[in-house]
Design a protein around this ligand. Structure first.
Ligand code: FAD
Ligand code: N01
Length: 532
């Protein structure tokens, strides 16, 4: 296949890749997007399990780059379902005529920087050879599934599924004995719905999670009209908040108010539902005493919702609220009151092997027809680590990140010129409403590319000093919070052998300010090399 040249190659066709194509094409760049999947949508293409939906409100979990799109699109529910979100991104792709530049069923296997031409050589799974001045990794923070390395999976006689690679055809669970392994957001969303159809469900829980009721409902047309009337102001206000989302932030500290006031606040947040629970008090994620008041409140709710006290106790986390990503559910805890659902705690009796007929823990044997792995992702770095990326002096990204990911602003990596990451480690990404954070990154990258081209620059590379200072700052801010205190995927703790580093940057407004300063200064912290 002949070598094909582009200005920009984008890897991934989720929300980030699709918007990057639109934005860069608008700047006159020639762009090619490669997507491993057979359709666009990223997260919303792959995660088709029953109950999959966003837990940021639909009218926020949507693009804002086009006022007309924002006005025209009609979301139907407070939290959109996976099919609705997938329809939306397909609509955007067609509306802006993007499909022709997206090559599906094509995995990018390697990207090597050629120092003599200052261009990237990109190879794809179908034998394609491409080159481009810039590469944008829009590969997703939660796109590389984690299937624990249990012995014997090949021998299992039944069917098995991972929530993050769910089949496109409906699955008939009726009359089946089903095991669900994992109780993070994906497990918590799918367990209640799958339980309604199975003969018997066994949920294998290694750690319990805190979950807040979604109280999902159809959107009220009057509220929709009101929001649409002031959409830009609404979006602008959200940009000024820590989570880049409309969480109705309470400025008070939990430790400064009375116990009655705390309970009033938590009750009101529980009644309205969802992630804004995290914004109940300003010190919730920074002060262990404050956090304990929220944790105790949710623990009480779990005991109210679950009939069997022993099961309720097993479902009750002892950890910090929010330090693993807070879950949002519909009927999760109450599902354990069903006679066909059993909870098995595998914290001290881990799953050891998958057998022909089911699975074995260290001490017990279980028989199943179907296994559902809701075991999450190699988050933030997993998809990048699967690509053979070589920068200056043919150094691989795997080598550069062997002690944990290092980036400048989560946007660039020193020694990997002209390469950008969207919502990379070191940016607020997964601690925020990701859609506006994706747009923020793509806009910054597009401005940078336009500047570099305008100035006749051949190569832009983050300096190791700027990167080290940024990584130190990310760590310092993370360490001021309670986030590093539990074994979460934010820390890479869910993947055996992965370096333990708190990967996201906490706090959107200071981050956006820093990005603005860097751009306004002519890309402080980067080395710009003129065309030779
Ligand atoms: P993705 O959507 O992950 O897309 C990346 C794409 O890159 C994938 O399609 C993948 O196949 C492709 N790719 C990766 N490597 C290669 C390669 N080498 N070659 C070719 N293609 C490649 N965030 C929120 O803010 N709110 C929510 O409510 C929310 N809900 C979520 C629910 C689920 C079930 C999950 C898993 C995540 C959720 N997220 C949520 C996070 C979500 O991932 C982001 O909001 C957003 O969809 C990410 O978009 P993206 O384009 O950056 O990445
Ligand atoms: O993955 P997870 P997820 N034996 O890593 C367990 C987003 N998302 O797919 O906690 C037994 O959270 C593991 O146990 P432990 C959101 O950002 C959003 O659920 O490691 N169990 C855990 O219980 C979310 O945070 C939504 O002890 C094993 C579970 O598997 C992120 O995606 C919906 C195990 C994995 O939980 C990831 O969520 C879905 C083993 N060997 C996803 N290995 C919304 O609601 C792992 N586990 C918007």
């Amino acid at each position: 296949m002949a070598n094909q040249r582009y200005d920009v190659i984008v890897v991934g066709a989720g929300f980030a890749g699709v918007y990057a194509l639109h934005k860069l094409r608008g700047l006159g760049q020639t762009v090619r997007v490669f997507e491993a999947g057979s359709g666009i949508g990223g997260t919303w293409f792959w995660n088709r399990y029953p109950g999959a939906r966003c837990d940021i409100e639909s009218m926020e979990y949507s693009y804002q780059f086009s006022a007309e799109l924002q006005q025209d699109w009609e979301w139907t529910e407070r939290y959109a379902t996976q099919p609705e979100i997938l329809n939306y991104i397909n609509h955007v792709t067609d509306r802006f005529d993007l499909r022709g530049d997206i090559q599906l069923n094509t995995r990018v296997d390697s990207a090597h920087f050629d120092e003599s031409t200052n261009r990237w050589a990109v190879n794809t799974s179908d034998g394609g050879e491409f080159d481009a001045k810039y590469v944008i990794m829009a590969t997703g923070c939660l796109s590389s599934t984690n299937l624990p390395n249990f012995d014997g999976l090949d021998s299992f006689a039944g069917e098995w599924y991972h929530t993050g690679q769910w089949p496109h055809e409906p699955i008939d669970f009726s009359g089946k004995r089903v095991a669900v392994i994992g109780t993070g957001s994906s497990g918590i969303q799918c367990i209640p719905l799958i339980a309604e159809h199975v003969e018997q469900m066994t949920v294998f829980q290694r750690s319990p999670n805190f979950s807040i009721p979604a109280h999902n409902q159809p959107l009220d047309p009057d509220c929709v009209r009101e929001r649409k009337a002031s959409y830009p102001a609404f979006r602008a206000a959200n940009k000024e908040t820590a989570f880049h989302a409309n969480f109705d932030y309470n400025e008070a500290n939990a430790v400064d108010v009375s116990a009655e006031e705390r309970v009033r606040e938590y009750e009101s947040r529980w009644a309205s539902g969802g992630l804004p629970f995290l914004a109940s008090f300003a010190d919730l994620i920074f002060d262990a005493d404050a956090n304990a008041t929220a944790a105790d409140f949710i623990r009480g709710k779990i005991h109210e919702l679950v009939d069997d006290p022993a099961t309720a106790a097993l479902l009750t986390p002892t950890s910090v609220v929010g330090c693993k990503r807070l879950c949002v559910d519909t009927n999760y805890y109450a599902t354990f009151n069903r006679s066909n659902v059993t909870l098995v705690d595998v914290s001290d009796d881990p799953i050891k092997t998958i057998t022909r007929v089911g699975l074995n823990t260290a001490t017990r044997e279980y028989a199943f027809d179907t296994l559902v792995f809701a075991t999450g992702f190699d988050a933030m770095t997993g998809a990048l680590a699967k690509i053979d990326i070589q920068g200056l002096a043919a150094r691989t990204l795997q080598d550069a990140w062997k002690e944990g990911p290092k980036t400048y602003l989560g946007l660039a990596v020193a020694g990997f010129p002209n390469l950008f990451t969207v919502t990379g480690p070191g940016s607020p990404s997964v601690l925020t409403n990701m859609l506006p954070s994706i747009e923020h990154h793509v806009d910054w990258i597009a401005d940078c590319i336009a500047y570099v081209d305008r100035k006749g620059v051949a190569r832009i590379d983050a300096t190791p000093e700027a990167q080290d200072a940024w990584v130190a700052h990310v760590n310092e801010v993370g360490a001021s919070s309670l986030y590093p205190t539990c074994n979460s995927w934010y820390l890479g703790a869910n993947i055996p052998g992965k370096p333990r580093v708190f990967m996201p940057y906490l706090g959107f407004p200071p981050y956006a300010e820093k990005c603005r300063e860097v751009a306004d200064s002519g890309y402080d912290g980067f080395t710009l090399t003129a065309r030779g």
